[in-house]
Design a protein around this ligand. Structure first.
Ligand code: NAD
Length: 528
């Protein structure tokens, strides 16, 4: 049974905050001569979130791409309840694929033994994407197509829907952006007809600019953000990179390994060439105290950027949307390893024909993707030395990733995977998967969820009883459910397994709502 809303007996929230007390049960482990001594710990904590969901603008870098135009079209269709016809009938808009909008949490069981569920979004006051007065999109693209033309080129949404969306989208044009061909594939150069120039900078900043280095780009991006916020009467903005995958930026001592180096390099003609456009957006967001999320695989968040964000207490997160093949991998590998089965060989092939695929057909950009896709099994494998124990060496499954550009399939990315595992008594088990991904339709709701979560996390605070309220860490590993390669604070383990990632987010929000964490023990069903 599904209910829309719920209240927790005996809990009264103020109009300003939803606040709960809870006991955080954990363990401390001490290693003594190879033996683990485990001490259960219990900490009383309070957690709260402001009840006011601010009017939020999500600013996408790469707005005119397949993801950006698909999200805008889908969002507007939902906000204006636009229906459209196809040969299989009339379609209504939905947010399927959004964990926040389309998944549920279990509240408990009635006396009659029926489980009762509520929408995930009912746990805390999220910004409501269906409400145009609460959530809107904007952003940058190096291409000046209006958003209707961009949606047509992306060829993702049904054409009948595109026609209905035309009046809503053809007057929206992305803002000019920073372009550096050294970071993306050569085949992207033709798209770049909407870039920030000295003349545009003068117009935005109201004065002549010194174009030495790349600091001036940061200033222009900040001015663009402020203008967008003001013109649309927004209380908050979130910036998210969904532009082309860049190659990895080199991490060079003296250039970008610390905040001080990074800020100095921005003004240096030579050193600033190593600072990627995506990092410039991150720096601008940090300086404006705006949440920044990286949805592509490259290392936008170089050490200097992370240090800068942490010191400024400005929220950052990423990397790379976990939408299709990798999401499956982080479920399947977790299922195999937690069943005591040993994956020994994982081969993943993709072919796709959209502009992302074209960009990834260049080796340096493919390398960024290969790295985020490959690391996803690491922590799952490391959790089970019973399976992966060869004396003197760390054993890992053989794992390869191949991506090819085949124009014909367009955005319908094909992902083919073979998982070979060792089972009982040296037997072998092989699973073969074929997944037609519909890439941008999978990614668009994830982009929205990341933004809604990123905004919400900025309002979440915890404290010890009567202590000072503290925000969550600026490096938002709480959104790792949505990321192929989750960014985590220093000295923090990376969790890739999808069920653990979801449980983390759900349980934190259950605590805010005043619900017990979901342990799945359900003793009432198991004990007489
Ligand atoms: P796309 O090529 O259709 O869109 C990218 C857009 O970015 C283009 O419109 C391009 O003009 C623009 N762009 C390039 N450089 C820019 C810059 N410096 N500033 C502003 N705009 C710039 O790609 P897409 O399919 O929308 O994917 C976007 C990104 O998301 C890619 O990096 C992709 O790897 C990543 N991603 C996508 C998925 C998915 O399932 N769709 C999953 C994970 C990651």
């Amino acid at each position: 049974m599904l209910v829309d809303t719920f209240s927790v007996a005996g809990k009264a929230d103020t109009t300003d905050y939803k606040t709960s007390k809870f006991v955080y049960n954990n363990t401390e482990v001490e290693m003594k001569d190879g033996h683990a001594v485990v001490t259960p710990t219990h900490k009383e904590l309070e957690i709260r979130i402001s009840q006011h969901a601010p009017k939020t603008g999500l600013m996408l870098v790469g707005f005119g791409g397949s993801n950006g135009s698909t999200l805008l079209g889908g969002l507007l269709a939902n906000q204006h309840n636009i229906t459209w016809e196809r040969k299989d009938g009339v379609c209504n808009p939905n947010f399927f694929g959004s964990m926040i909008e389309s998944s549920t949490v279990r509240l408990g069981t009635t006396h009659a033994g029926e489980d009762v569920y509520a929408p995930f979004r009912s746990l805390v006051p999220f910004v409501d994407p269906k409400n145009p007065d609460q959530f809107m999109l904007g952003g940058w693209d190096i291409n000046n197509d209006n958003m209707y033309a961009a949606m047509q080129k992306a060829a993702v949404l049904d054409v009948t829907l595109q026609h209905k969306l035309r009046p809503y989208m053809e007057n929206i044009t992305p803002m000019p952006s920073v372009f550096d061909i050294n970071f993306v594939a050569a085949n992207q150069e033709d798209r770049a007809n909407n870039v920030i120039t000295a003349e545009y900078a003068k117009e935005m900043l109201g004065e002549e600019v010194d174009t030495t280095g790349r600091r001036w780009y940061v200033e222009v991006i900040k001015a663009q953000m402020r203008k967008f916020k003001e013109e649309n009467n927004l209380e908050k903005i979130v910036v998210l990179w969904t532009a082309n995958t860049e190659c990895f930026a080199p991490i060079i001592e003296g250039v970008n390994t610390t905040e001080a180096e990074l800020l100095a390099s921005l003004k240096d003609a030579e050193k600033s060439k190593h600072i990627a456009p995506s990092s410039l957006f991150a720096i601008a967001a940090i300086e404006e105290k705006v949440t920044f999320i990286n949805g592509s695989p490259q290392n936008t968040l170089v050490p200097g950027v992370i240090e800068y964000a942490v010191r400024n207490r400005s929220m950052i997160g990423g990397d790379d949307f976990k939408s299709g093949q990798t999401k499956m991998k982080s479920v399947l590998t977790d299922f195999l390893v937690s069943s005591g089965i040993k994956p020994t060989c994982i081969a993943s092939y993709n072919h796709l024909g959209n502009n992302d695929g074209l960009n990834l057909s260049s080796p340096a950009q493919f390398r960024s993707k290969e790295i985020t896709k490959a690391n996803v099994v690491d922590d799952i494998v490391a959790s089970n030395d019973i399976l992966y124990k060869r004396p003197g060496e760390i054993e890992k499954p053989d794992h390869c990733i191949v991506i090819k550009y085949l124009k014909y399939v367009g955005d319908s990315k094909r992902a083919m995977d073979e998982y070979t595992s060792e089972i009982f008594m040296r037997g072998k088990n092989t699973i073969v998967l074929h997944n037609t991904c519909e890439d941008s339709l999978l990614a668009a709701p994830i982009i929205m969820d990341m933004a809604l979560c990123g905004e919400m996390l900025g309002r979440l605070e915890v404290r010890e009883p009567n202590g000072e309220w503290e925000n969550f860490h600026p490096v938002m590993n709480t959104i790792s459910f949505f990321c192929k390669a989750p960014r985590v604070p220093d000295q923090t383990p990376i969790i890739n397994a999808l069920p653990a990632q979801r449980a983390c987010l759900e349980n934190i929000l259950r605590c805010v709502a005043g619900l017990p964490i979901e342990t799945n023990m359900r003793l009432e069903n198991r004990v007489m």
